[in-house]
Ligand binder design. Structure first.
Ligand code: SF4
Ligand code: SF4
Length: 122
């Protein structure tokens, strides 16, 4: 044996989820599309109020962000991950930092997934 390093790292729970991206309206300030800001792709947004943009696909009765790829609850990705809006960056999966996020739990339940527990990060 050459090393005692683990042979694999745990898969982050969000990679197998995506429920919040297909549950909530994703709203943010128009300034976040500016090149000197988060640079959210403007072509993937719609104006919902003078001071508010939504990511396309989320301002509907059955939201699903257009940037979400894959199958919810199995394997998903965000095609604009590095340019995602602040609300996505700020949305924490339950217990990632030791704190429960009821909106994460609610989104998961809505897609038939159990709420996360601390052991899901081991
Ligand atoms: S609902 Fe929670 S676990 Fe699922 S992708 Fe969103 S933050 Fe991650
Ligand atoms: S921008 Fe990315 S993280 Fe935000 S809702 Fe869409 S897929 Fe999810």
């Amino acid at each position: 044996m050459d090393s005692l390093e683990p042979t694999s790292t745990p898969i982050h729970p969000c990679v197998k989820c995506g429920a919040c991206c297909a549950t909530y309206r994703v709203l943010f300030d128009p300034t976040e599309t500016q090149p000197d800001s988060l640079n959210v792709p403007k072509e993937l947004t719609e104006k919902v109020a003078p001071d508010s943009l939504a990511i396309l696909g989320t301002n509907t009765a059955k939201p699903r962000c257009v940037a979400l790829s894959g199958n919810i609850g199995k394997s998903v990705g965000c095609s604009i991950y590095l340019r995602r809006p602040s609300c996505c960056r700020d949305f924490k999966p339950s217990y990632e930092d030791g704190i429960r996020n009821p909106r994460c739990d609610e989104a998961r339940r809505g897609k038939g997934l159990k709420p996360l527990r601390p052991k899901d990060y081991l």
